[in-house]
Design a protein around this ligand. Sequence first.
Ligand code: AMP
Length: 536
Amino acid sequence: MAGLFNSAEDSLAQVVMLSNGRVFPDYESTELGVATQLAIKSISKATGASRRAVEKKFTSLGDLGLVVEHFVSDKKQSTLASESLTVGKVFSVFKEIAKQSGKGSQERKLSLISSLITAATPLEAKYVMRTLLQQLRVGIAEGVIRDAIAKAFDVKPESVERAWNMKSDFSEIAVIAKKYGEEGLKKIKLEIGKSVQVLLAEKSPDLKTALDSFDSPAVEWKMDGMRCQIHKDGNRILIFTRRLENVTKQFPDLVKYVQRGVKAKECIIEGETIAVDKKTRRPLPFQVLSQRIQRKHEIERMVKEIPTRVNLFDVVYVDGEQLFEKPLKERREILEEIIKPSSEFRVIEQLATKDLEKAEKFYNDALRAKQEGVMVKNLDALYIPGRNVAGGWLKVKPTMENLDLVIVGATWGTGKRSGWLTSFVLAVRDPDTNKFLECGMMSTGIKEKKESGMDVTYEGMTKTLKPLVEKEAGGIVKIKPKIVIEVAYEEIQKSPTYSSGFGLRFPRFVRIRNEKSERESETMERLQKMYDMQKK
Ligand code: AMP
């Protein structure tokens, strides 16, 4: 890959982006929006194969990349290749596809995609298709791209990593590394509007262990909501989730809070947004708020229906100054200075103590208020952006913790459940290979009919998962690993049936975790750890 980057010349940025299986950086809210059916139609249009033939091939191969490769090579034997594809051309058509919206957009996307297929060799068609369907994302670990950039342009992998934590966009970083080397990477700073990788929490077995871990700990409630990274530059305000998705459009109420409640001209602050009851203003579970995150229409009505409250807990940038290098204690003081608190937008309450009894009372208050538990934070810790960094935050929650697992398969129901996906195959991630290993089959906890606003139904699940179906045979479907759900269970057992070697006994659906990406699901290592803990 380093060789490829090295020889990419003017198309370096695009080559890096495509190698990462992406067309746009994470922080842009642009999407290609190509679903399976549209892809099938395009293959048929471009190669002249009937739609039925394409569908049939898809059922047997389970990968539209392979399907298009097959039909293009069939066709190429009889026709001469027309103009050849370049990275630049592919990229500009991808951008064009993403731009299409509204009436007739499906038709226009169809002709754009088939024009690409027509110009492609069989191998090119395979990868174009997988990129369009965003199926290249799983499998290429971020570390590989980081190391390839380091090798290609003779810079340190750590410097690339540091830059990535600030910018979350390898294509831009590669260009800087090539042009300005190590010095250039060092100069990379936060930019308002480009999301920053966030500080993550580790789990602590109990409150005492957590308090003992730090010289000066402080305890905060762990709220059951959505993490948001708020960027403000004068009147330009942007809201990102923890997965760095831009959700500004869905949360005009948050934008207003920031306009009214932030004194700084420019800043990047972080907090947890929760849903509150519109009459009593009591906190509601994340599942309620999640309806707001997905919402694309009638946003104003939803704002009234499900009001929010933001509990701010950190700040990484204020008026030109980066604050990563300051300890939490100082960052929090700065945060308090720049916020004009109100009932819906305020700095989260914090109890700085090493006293177990006081902390326990605080913890119990949190559980009584139906929050998840507490975060114990090290007041001396710097903000280290990026995944899985130790030493800053420890979360404490009640034990036999539920697992966040990824759905990788399902079966079609029969009888009165026909037409719905019913049993779901659960998996953990193996960070070494980036593969998902199965660890159970779940069919409990999902409802046939909605009884309360928070219920997730089979119909709802089917709607969510259907666009992610990769392969289908005999009522069993393979699903692209994307949807993370929280699962409760009785016990973890050793099991030869599942590829992880473990199986969950009585897994039960708790909720969909929209705020988590498949990369943030439980790992193989943690499953093993939980198994060991349970034996004790
Ligand atoms: P987890 O997702 O279980 O690893 O816990 C980390 C998440 O807890 C963060 O990403 C936040 O979304 C959320 N959270 C809730 N309350 C707080 C808090 N007081 N400080 C930091 N994170 C919090």
